[in-house]
Design a protein around this ligand. Structure first.
Ligand code: 3PG
Ligand code: MG
Length: 398
């Protein structure tokens, strides 16, 4: 696989380089256009700075959210362009379309060392199409803008999308530093994790995590489960979970996993249960086997945090994906905070996998330097751990 360093060695002054990044950042729910965590923008800065300083003409592209293949102002990358300009310390040119007249004119007008950001890739149906020919036609247009392609969008390498997969077949292609670093860390955790190996999973759905649980169970010493998904496991143990999130069709799967794990899946022993999903809701800590019928669990409780922290404390390797509770609402943030802080204290190597968990770390103000690695990819890192082929990575290898 060729890398950005190879490209820089070949010389890029005055050459047009298409860079795919994952600039799919979260926005403040109460303030339109305000980016709540710019970690993914900062993660790609080294690549952009190296190209800019080498005099390349950088054509940057990304998706944002899940628009339906047509322009939708809710998902414009304009605020990202502004923030990127601040972080780079040089203005970023923003194209109002992805491969249309605006993009072509802006690409033609680029000067050496300038950065152009194209509008959201997913404003084009070809980006995510399942039809190879439709995706290919869009990839042709993207590739037509540049002479080289650098993929640094680790968070999107699990998507077989035009800008991630098909463009690599159309231009000389190189892996950016972020993609290389992420793959190296995940390979280490997957192939040679130092024992004890503890995995902490949260987030709302068991169904999203089923494949990774199945892949990891044989490898881990303990699998700690929090977040919305813990309630389906608690139900599988025979407990009532009130109005908590429940995937009824997954209960028997969870029962099978618990049986197979023989005590290695650890569930919360208490939860913070509220009358409704709101920061102002009446709430209290209850035992995990005594959740009142009219309440829903929105965080793991303090005894669970202590139990999880003890297990984490003895680990040499920890992989964590998914918040323990609704950390965006202050009354339900303690579980995620407690687990995150416990991970920062281990005498070993920790990986935070995922857009959401990484954003949680920064939103809660936890010291990022306490972690071994904070991944920019949620789905991508999980699919890597599942052992799946990542289309974006295989495209760079071929
Ligand atoms: C993410 O946020 O997980 C990545 O940016 C990929 O986005 P997607 O799940 O919409 O493809
Ligand atoms: Mg996602």
């Amino acid at each position: 696989m060729k890398t950005l360093d190879d490209l820089l060695g070949e010389g890029v002054t005055g050459r047009r380089v298409l860079v795919r990044a994952d600039l799919n950042v979260p926005f403040d729910k109460n303030e339109a256009g305000r980016i709540s965590d710019d970690g993914r923008i900062r993660a790609v800065l080294p690549t952009l700075i190296a190209l800019r300083d080498a005099g390349a003409r950088v054509i940057l592209c990304s998706h944002l959210g899940r628009p339906k293949g047509a322009p939708d102002p809710k998902f414009t990358l304009a605020p990202v362009s502004a923030r990127l300009g601040e972080l780079l310390g040089t203005p970023v040119v923003f194209a109002e379309d992805t491969v249309g007249d605006s993009a072509k004119a802006a690409a033609d007008a680029l000067t050496d060392g300038q950065v152009l950001l194209l509008e959201n890739l997913r404003f084009n149906a070809g980006e995510t199409s399942k039809d190879d020919a439709v995706r290919g036609a869009f990839a042709d247009e993207l590739a037509g803008l540049a002479e080289f392609y650098v993929d640094d969008a680790f968070g999107a390498v699990h998507r077989k999308h035009a800008s991630v997969y098909d463009v690599a077949a159309r231009l000389p292609h190189y892996a950016g530093g972020l993609v290389l670093k992420e793959v190296e860390v995940l390979r280490k955790v997957t192939e040679t994790p130092e024992q004890p190996y503890v995995v902490v999973l949260g987030g709302s759905k068991v169904s999203d995590k089923l494949a990774v649980i199945q892949a990891l169970l044989p490898k881990v010493d303990k699998l700690l489960v929090g977040g919305g998904m813990c309630f389906t496991f608690l139900k599988a143990q025979g407990h009532e979970v009130g109005k908590s999130l429940l995937e009824a069709e997954m209960i028997s799967t969870c029962a099978d996993l618990l049986e197979q794990a023989q005590g290695r899946i650890v569930l919360p022993v208490d939860v913070v249960a509220a009358t409704e999903f709101s920061a102002d809701a009446e709430h209290s800590t209850v035992a995990a086997d005594a959740i009142p019928a009219d309440r829903l669990g929105l965080d793991i409780g303090p005894k669970s945090v202590a139990l999880f922290a003890e297990t984490i404390g003895s680990a040499k390797t920890v992989f964590w994906n998914g918040p323990m509770g609704v950390f965006e609402l202050a009354p339900f943030a303690a579980g995620t905070r407690g687990v995150a802080e416990a991970i920062t204290k281990i005498d070993g190597f920790s990986v935070v996998g995922g857009g959401d968990s990484a954003a949680a770390v920064r939103t809660l103000g936890i010291d990022e330097s306490g972690f071994g690695h904070i991944s920019t990819g949620g789905g991508a890192s999980l699919e890597y751990l599942e052992g799946k082929t990542l289309p974006g990575v295989s495209a760079l290898e071929s």
